[in-house]
Ligand binder design. Structure first.
Ligand code: BES
Ligand code: MN
Ligand code: ZN
Length: 497
């Protein structure tokens, strides 16, 4: 990944006249009587002679979300091009700004320097959207095509001190970099990203961030009794791992455990998946990528918290050594699970990791996973499902909405528990029916969470991976969801307890 460098600049005609930007970005909005200019565009309009609105309307622009119109400046300012990006209908939200900044950044590929005035209204969202919109993953391309924009100057917001703006920019860039780190991991193909190679990448990131790092290999997993991870990982020639990364901030009042599903590829195992779209299962380690990036980010932003990430890694393959439908696994901590479907593997590796995480008595537990196809059926591909203990679930969901990642609270209905009863073991890994599949997975996980521990389970099966066209600040492939939600929850716990 090469991400653009961001810098702050004045928003005046004099600053515009001195700027070395090749493109100046302005915002447009869809007002009641047609296109209007957004905050920050005034100096540009004045420098160009004051007829920007008329010109844009003449060209048919409406200010609708993510509309892109490029205009030549005909020598009136040094930058040869103005790029107008639509924000949609007012009042403009942070997420509208973030998406517009992302759409503009995508349209700026091949440009070396740009100046954006979108940040006049709000810096954080525009900085995040700019970096994330510019993100590309070209490691496996012989000819990568146009490079992303390399430098973007952002105008100072109209309100607040320069000092505060610098701090905001620094945090926004760190958050966007964490999202990009998660995207890189998700986008790395499964022949190169498997449990041991994921563990090595995690070790590098941990060392750079000064985190405590521990990896359990298959022998250690056997010795300690991690039956879920060993069962799922048993069919692969590339053995499973369990990682633990710990950040301990100074003045850490609260301890937060993070758990992320790390299935580096999910064929379904013996209960094998159909061929169509099986390649999407390269994204089945998105939860692991998200919590890895988040604990590194917590250290970078020096949150006054203790954050411990637990990452179970396995490849779910069919082979002579695979676990079978009908097997009974003894999980870490001693509960037994009858496997009725080897494709419901995520909950098995997560159960082990959740029990391990809970041993350390955290104040909160956040677990995230590409857990169920049912999440996509229920909520579509842009809305994570958030389950867990009710109060903390609602807190995480409210924060997820505010970040633009748009998680939505979902219940864990009591009656689903008995559908997981097993004739042989303490519980089965699937119900015998298709109803409420996302919730049933959450009900399964709840069996492994100690009573009274505030916990949230974020199902990101669809939102972690964009199989459609680019939109806003989201390109094809890994999206980095739910890194921004986790970052915002950590910041909230650091502040409010
Ligand atoms: N990794 C999948 C879930 C998934 C589906 C993620 C689509 C992303 C996109 C998970 O391991 C799985 O296979 N779940 C099964 C559970 C079922 C067997 C109860 C599913 O959803 O079909
Ligand atoms: Mn599966
Ligand atoms: Zn899976």
């Amino acid at each position: 990944m090469t991400l653009p460098k961001l810098a702050l600049t004045e928003n005046t005609e004099a600053a515009l006249a001195k700027s070395r930007a090749e493109v100046v970005v302005i915002g447009t909005v869809q007002g009641p009587d047609g296109l209007e200019l957004a905050e920050g565009a005034r100096a540009v309009d004045a420098a160009l002679g004051g007829d920007l609105v008329d010109t844009l309307r003449t060209l048919g622009a409406t200010g609708k979300a993510e509309e892109i119109v490029k205009l030549p400046t005909l020598g009136r300012i040094p930058a040869p091009v103005v790029l107008a990006v639509g924000l949609g209908t007012p009042p403009t939200t942070s997420e509208q700004l973030r998406r517009a900044a992302g759409a503009a950044a995508r349209a700026l590929s091949g440009t070396s320097r740009a100046l954006t005035t979108l940040s006049a209204r709000e810096l954080q969202a525009v900085a995040e959207g700019t970096v994330l919109g510019a993100y590309t993953f070209t490691r496996y391309k012989s000819e990568p095509g146009d490079a992303p924009v390399s430098t973007v100057d952002l105008v100072y917001p109209e309100e607040g001190t320069a000092r505060a703006h610098k701090a905001t920019l620094k945090a926004a860039v760190a958050i966007a970099e964490a999202v990009a780190t998660a995207r890189d991991l998700v986008n790395t193909p499964p022949n190169d990203l498997f449990p041991a190679s994921f563990a090595e990448r995690a070790r590098e990131l941990a060392e750079d961030a000064g985190l405590e790092f521990e990896v359990l290999d298959e022998r250690a997993l056997k010795r300690k009794g991690f039956g879920g991870i060993l069962g799922v990982g048993g069919g692969s020639s590339r053995p499973p791992r369990l990682l633990r990364l710990r950040y301990r901030g100074t003045k850490a009042a609260k301890k937060v455990a993070l758990v992320g599903k790390g299935i580096t590829f999910d064929t379904g195992g013996i209960s094998i998946k159909p061929a169509a779209n099986m390649d999407h299962m390269t994204s089945d380690m998105s939860g692991a990528a998200g919590v890895l990036a988040s604990v590194v980010l917590a250290a970078k932003l020096k949150y006054p918290l203790e954050v411990v990430a637990h990452i179970p890694l396995a490849e779910n393959m069919p082979s002579a050594t695979s676990y079978r439908p009908g097997d009974v696994l003894t999980m870490y901590g001693g509960k037994t699970v009858e496997v009725l479907n080897t494709d419901a593997e995520g909950r098995l590796v997560l159960a082990d990791a959740i029990v391990r995480a809970a041993e350390e008595e955290p104040d909160y537990l956040i677990e995230t996973s590409t857990l169920t196809g049912a999440q996509l059926v229920a909520l579509g591909n842009r809305t994570p499902g958030i389950m867990g203990s009710e109060e903390f679930r609602d807190r995480v969901a409210a924060i997820a909405s505010a970040t633009g990642e748009n998680g939505w609270p979902m219940p864990l209905p009591e009656e689903l528990r008995s559908d997981l009863d097993s004739k042989l073991a303490d519980l089965a890994n699937v119900t015998g029916h298709r109803w409420g599949g996302m919730l049933a997975a959450g009900v399964f996980l709840r069996e492994f969470v100690p009573k009274g521990l505030p916990w949230a389970h974020i199902d990101i099966a669809g939102p972690a991976f964009n199989t459609g066209s680019p939109w806003g600040y989201t390109g094809k492939g890994g999206t980095g969801v739910p890194v921004r939600t986790i970052a915002a929850v950590l910041a909230d716990i650091a502040e409010a307890g």
